[in-house]
Ligand binder design. Structure first.
Ligand code: URA
Length: 240
C-alpha cells in the first residue's frame, strides 16, 4: 500500500506545536529542510518517513505526528461540533490546540449534557469508541423527575423500544443511586439514548452527566470546560 502523503506545513505544525500559520512562515523563510534540501513551499508533499530538519532538529512526521487524545469535562450549553449558529462549540474550547487539524469529538453529548467527552485527532480511535459493535460502555449519572422504580432495572436490561426509534435499544444497565438519581450504562450511544430510555419508563431526565467510558473515569479534578491529554494507559482503559 502506498504510504499516505501529507503537506509539509501540517507536519511542521504538528511536530513543533506551532500554528499552521507559523509553520508556513518558517517554511517560506527557508528554515525547513526536506531530505537535506531546503524547501520553501508549505504545500510540498512528504511521506511519513521523509527526514526533515528544523533549527538543527531532525525528525520525521512518523515520529512526531503522534495522535492526541484529550479528556474534556464538557459544560452545559456547548455542542459537540465545529460550528453552530445557536450554541457555543466544543471546538472553541480547543482553540488553543488549532495546530491539530482534525480534532473532533469521539461521539456527541447533547447540548445540556455535561461530562466526559473524548476529543482527538485519531479517527480510528473515535471509531473504536463510538462503534456500537465495539461495545464500549458509557456510564451516565441521570437526575430524573420521578422516583425510579425497582422494576425499571429489569426493563432497561430487556432492551426498551422508544416510539421514535425503529428498533429497540440494546440492553442497558440501571443502578438506582437514590430515589431520583440513576446510573445508566449503555454501549450504543444512540441519539438521546439515556433520555429516551427513561421516557420509555414514564420518567424524564432533568440532568445528565457522562462519568465513565470503558473503565476510564472522568477525572473529577477537571472543572467543567477543562481538559487534559490522556496517557497511553488511560486510553487503553477505555477498551478494557
Ligand atoms: N444520552 C442522552 O440522552 N444524551 C446524551 O447526551 C448522551 C446519552
Amino acid at each position: 500500500m502506498a504510504s499516505k502523503l501529507l503537506r509539509l506545513d501540517k507536519a511542521v505544525s504538528h511536530s513543533f506545536e506551532v500554528s499552521r500559520k507559523e509553520a508556513v512562515f518558517l517554511i517560506r523563510d527557508g528554515a525547513v529542510s526536506v531530505a537535506g534540501e531546503i524547501v520553501c513551499d508549505p504545500a510540498f508533499k512528504i511521506s511519513a518517513d521523509t527526514p526533515l530538519e528544523l533549527d538543527g532538529n531532525e525528525f520525521t512526521a512518523q515520529e512526531t505526528m503522534r495522535k492526541r487524545v484529550f479528556m474534556l469535562n464538557k459544560p452545559q450549553g456547548y455542542v459537540c461540533a465545529d460550528r453552530d449558529n445557536r450554541y457555543l462549540t466544543v471546538s472553541s474550547i480547543f482553540s488553543g490546540e488549532s495546530h491539530y487539524l482534525d480534532l473532533h469529538c469521539a461521539g456527541r453529548l447533547d447540548v445540556d449534557t455535561t461530562g466526559f467527552v473524548i476529543v482527538t485527532d485519531d479517527g480510528d480511535l473515535s471509531h473504536r469508541i463510538t462503534s456500537p459493535r465495539a461495545n464500549v460502555e458509557k456510564v451516565y449519572i441521570a437526575c430524573v423527575k420521578n422516583p425510579i422504580e425497582e422494576r425499571c432495572i429489569e426493563r432497561f436490561l430487556s432492551g426498551l423500544k422508544h416510539p421514535e426509534e425503529d428498533k429497540p435499544y440494546k440492553s442497558a444497565k440501571l443502578e438506582i443511586i437514590s430515589e431520583k438519581v440513576g446510573k445508566v450504562t449503555v454501549t450504543e450511544g444512540r441519539y438521546h439514548e439515556v433520555k429516551r430510555l427513561f421516557e420509555c419508563v414514564g420518567n424524564e431526565v432533568l440532568e445528565l452527566k457522562r462519568v465513565k467510558i470503558g473503565a476510564l473515569d472522568l477525572d473529577e479534578s477537571l472543572q467543567e470546560g477543562e481538559y487534559r491529554e490522556l496517557s497511553e494507559e488511560e486510553i487503553a482503559l477505555m477498551f478494557k
